[in-house]
Design a protein around this ligand. Structure first.
Ligand code: 3DU
Length: 214
């Protein structure tokens, strides 16, 4: 079975529902909405089975600060495997030190190359591309709502893991990002607002499989 979904948990879910989704999910993405609603300890309890069984836990706080502040944030969320940061903050005094710190902890850094919403300005992409090339993160976040941009980012970074949000609730079609170079599709509301999350995720996997012909 295809295993290409990163589940964005931005709402409080029943642990049993989450555990039933386990086999269909490559990894989990957590951000401010869940952390602020239930706190760090409850979040760890909720995703306990995923941590125990080595599914990737991605912390999406879109870090965008000076090095010291970002390192302090990461140090308080060590249950995660990976952290997402903005590229636009630049290298010296920010991403250089963050990357070093995350490497030392044997964790992974993802950098945002472009965002899925209309107002994001891709004219800055040459700058962002340069930052990503120099920092050399583990992976990149690129939008499923702008497939040509996603394709360009894949071409520019052939070896990086690309994770892609914007599918379902934001209009991207299930499976399209995989065809345009993403390794994983980040999906949130389409799953957790469904009356039948397990049925929905099975349907999504099937659509992804059809798109990429497996
Ligand atoms: O739209 P969804 O509910 O499927 O969730 C998408 C998730 O990905 C959500 O957590 C959002 O904060 C994150 N994200 C984007 O949607 C768009 C981006 O460019 C980057 C992250």
């Amino acid at each position: 079975m295809l295993n290409k979904i990163i589940f964005a948990i931005d709402e409080v879910l029943d642990k049993s529902i989450l555990d039933n989704l386990f086999e269909y999910i490559y990894g989990i993405k957590i951000g401010y909405p869940l952390l602020l609603k239930i706190g760090v300890n409850e979040t760890i309890n909720l995703v306990h089975n995923f941590i125990k069984n080595d599914k990737e836990i991605i912390m999406d706080l879109k870090l965008a600060d000076i090095d010291n502040t970002m390192k302090s944030i990461v140090s308080q969320l060590e249950f995660a495997d990976s952290y997402i940061a903005h590229s636009f903050i630049g290298i010296e005094g920010a991403l250089d030190e963050l990357k070093k710190y995350i490497d030392e902890k044997n964790k992974k850094l993802y950098l945002l190359a472009s965002m899925s919403h209309k107002g994001w300005n891709d004219n800055f992409y040459p700058y962002i591309k340069n930052v990503i090339s120099k920092i050399d993160p583990y992976g990149i976040v690129a939008p499923a709502t702008k497939l040509q941009i996603l394709k360009t980012i894949r071409k520019d970074f052939p070896k990086k893991i690309i994770i892609s949000p914007g599918i379902g609730a934001q209009g991207g079609e299930f499976g399209d990002a995989l065809c345009y170079g993403a390794d994983y599709e980040i999906i949130g509301r389409s799953i957790y607002t469904s009356k039948d999350p397990i049925g929905k995720i099975k349907e999504i996997v099937k659509l992804q499989e059809e798109k990429i012909n497996v």
